[in-house]
Ligand binder design. Structure first.
Ligand code: ATP
Length: 524
């Protein structure tokens, strides 16, 4: 035992630990930079670039680290690069770790669903803002466990640096043991030090996971607390009441018009129709999903797109929301006109569609809410105000809290989405959409994931929104209850076509199309 303690704190071995940590640090830092570059290069549209990246991955993943260490130390001087052993070992470790880190980054980014990016688009965020505010923070959290493993494996792999005579912990232990023949005490002490180092990495990993996890408690600001302290108001009809809320709404109104991206269409130039579609067509992989859709929806009304699963409702809604571009046809959203297909000279890229969406005051509430899980409810609602409209953080938060309060969510403003019920999450999604004062609100299956009680709550909420009359709403659903309660107009879709159109009562009770009749009978 005495010998073990003696070796445990022996300066000769402690110096070995310092070198081990140094080699590992070079390996991880270099591997992270190289891995990030590799993950980007592998996605390159230039085939030669992506091919080079893949060849690199193939070579460094397929050969032993020990060979790479020897190669870095022996071969580099032949091309005029002479590195000290410690650095050569770190560089070889970095080159070896890079493909694994690239894979870790790629899978962490892929773990952020497409719906999250789409939700960012509905709020008007640019591609850069979506990456920075939505994708990377979630990918970072997803990568933390794998990153901890990568550091631990680099720490252990650094022992291979002994083959190029780097005096790290393992080499020093070996040298010491071969001169004293006290193998057990020396290797036991070295093993304990490796455990301490990997233990520290694990602790840092756990701390980071908890720091960036979705369960950490979040306190509201003092300004938020003032608004939170009031009795919750149920229903959007109450949004206009109460001086705090008026003030908050006035703030956003003022900031929105001052912001860098004003509505291109003034609100007083209200068109008769909020949406006009002429011969819209859309196909995926050669299969027609929308066929010659022609439709006109009056401004200020609520339209329900009804139909069986796969009828094309969501696709049509995404086209109206400028999240998808039809292959052919014409569309008018508010005062903005769009032409698609052969006769159109317009190029609708991501940036143009975002600008048009903002100009038309269009937003979409996606199926399954798509709240950002790394943000609290109030942060979700604040995002579009700060990122898209340039509202200051404090003002934006005040407006967001007021909006949440008006939807009966003041008690939940500082909770993460995973701590909210389905109905509460849907309300937050509605608050996130309403806070930017849309003129056209598109809701994709807003009640499909909810229990009957929450469905009634959402129907009431949208009903109150309708009463305000300054917003046009389009809802997709396959629930007749939604159509009968909310639809001024009901459109029945089948196989990408509109087969029935009229008032809710007409479509639900006097339909002439056989598919519609069967659907109403089956679900009525
Ligand atoms: N991005 C896509 N790529 C390929 N096919 C797609 C895509 N989006 C939709 N589709 C296909 O288009 C058809 C219509 O889908 P859509 O989601 O519009 O129907 P829906 O009526 O909204 O159905 P649901 O009620 O189940 O949401 C389906 O067959 C679907 O598989």
């Amino acid at each position: 035992m005495e010998l073990f303690i003696h070796y445990l704190f022996m300066p000769y071995l402690l110096e070995g630990i310092r070198i081990t940590v140094y080699v590992t640090a070079i390996g991880i830092a270099g591997g992270a930079v190289l891995g990030a570059a590799l993950s980007l290069l592998q996605l390159s549209r230039v085939r030669l670039v992506s091919l080079c990246a893949k060849v690199y991955v193939g070579i460094f993943r397929g050969t032993p680290l020990i060979l790479q260490m020897v190669f870095a130390y022996d071969a580099m001087p032949r091309i005029g690069i002479r590195l000290p052993g410690v650095v050569a070992a770190g560089v070889a470790l970095a080159a070896n770790e890079a493909p694994f880190i690239a894979e870790m980054i790629r899978s962490a980014i892929a773990s952020v669903g497409a719906g999250q990016r789409l939700a960012g688009k509905t709020l008007g965020l640019s591609a850069w803002q979506r990456a920075r505010r939505i994708v990377w923070p979630q990918a970072f959290r997803a990568a933390l466990p794998a990153a901890g493993n990568a550091v631990i494996s680099a720490l252990k792999n650094s022992a291979l640096a002994m083959v190029i005579a780097v005096p790290e912990l393992t080499l020093r232990s070996t040298q010491l043991a071969s001169s004293t023949f006290d193998f057990f005490s020396i290797f036991f002490a070295a093993g304990v030090w490796y455990l301490v180092l990997t233990g520290v990495v694990s602790l840092v990993q756990v701390a980071l996971e908890s720091l960036f996890g979705y369960d950490r408690p979040r306190a509201g600001t003092s300004r938020g607390a003032v608004i939170q302290g009031k009795a919750p108001a149920i229903g959007v009809g109450m949004m206009a009441q109460g001086t705090d809320r008026d003030a908050a709404q006035a703030i956003v109104a003022g900031r929105v018009t001052e912001s860098r991206l004003e509505y291109a269409d003034p609100r007083d130039k209200v068109p008769e129709y909020c949406v006009e579609a002429m011969n819209l067509r859309k196909s995926y992989h050669g299969k027609d999903v929308l066929s010659d859709v022609t439709l006109r929806l009056r401004t200020g009304t609520t339209t329900v797109l009804l139909g069986a699963s796969g009828a094309g409702k969501s696709t049509l809604l995404r086209c109206f929301g400028l999240l998808e571009t039809p292959d052919a046809g014409e569309m008018r959203i508010g005062n903005r006109r769009f032409q698609f297909g052969a006769g159109s000279a317009a190029h609708y890229d991501d940036k143009r569609l975002t600008t048009e969406r903002l100009a038309g005051g269009v937003t979409v509430i996606l199926q399954n809410f798509e709240l950002f899980p790394h943000m609290t409810a109030v942060e979700n609602v604040t995002l579009a105000l700060t990122a898209t409209y340039g509202v200051g953080r404090r003002d934006a938060e005040e407006v967001a809290r007021a909006t949440l309060e008006s939807l009966g969510l003041s008690m939940h403003a500082d909770k993460y989405p995973r701590h909210l019920s389905g109905g509460q999450q849907q309300r937050v999604a509605i608050a996130r959409a309403l806070v930017i004062k849309p003129r056209l609100l598109l809701m994709d299956e807003p009640t499909s994931a909810l229990d009957p009680e929450s469905v009634n709550g959402i129907l009431e909420l949208v009903g109150e929104l309708k009463k305000k009359g300054d917003i046009s709403i389009i809802i997709t659903t396959h629930q007749l209850k939604v159509a009968s309660r909310l639809g001024d107009t009901v459109v029945f879709m089948n196989n990408g076509q509109i087969v029935e159109y009229g008032s809710a009562i007409d479509v639900l009770t006097k339909a002439t199309d056989p598919k519609t009749i069967r659907f109403v009978e089956a679900f009525g």
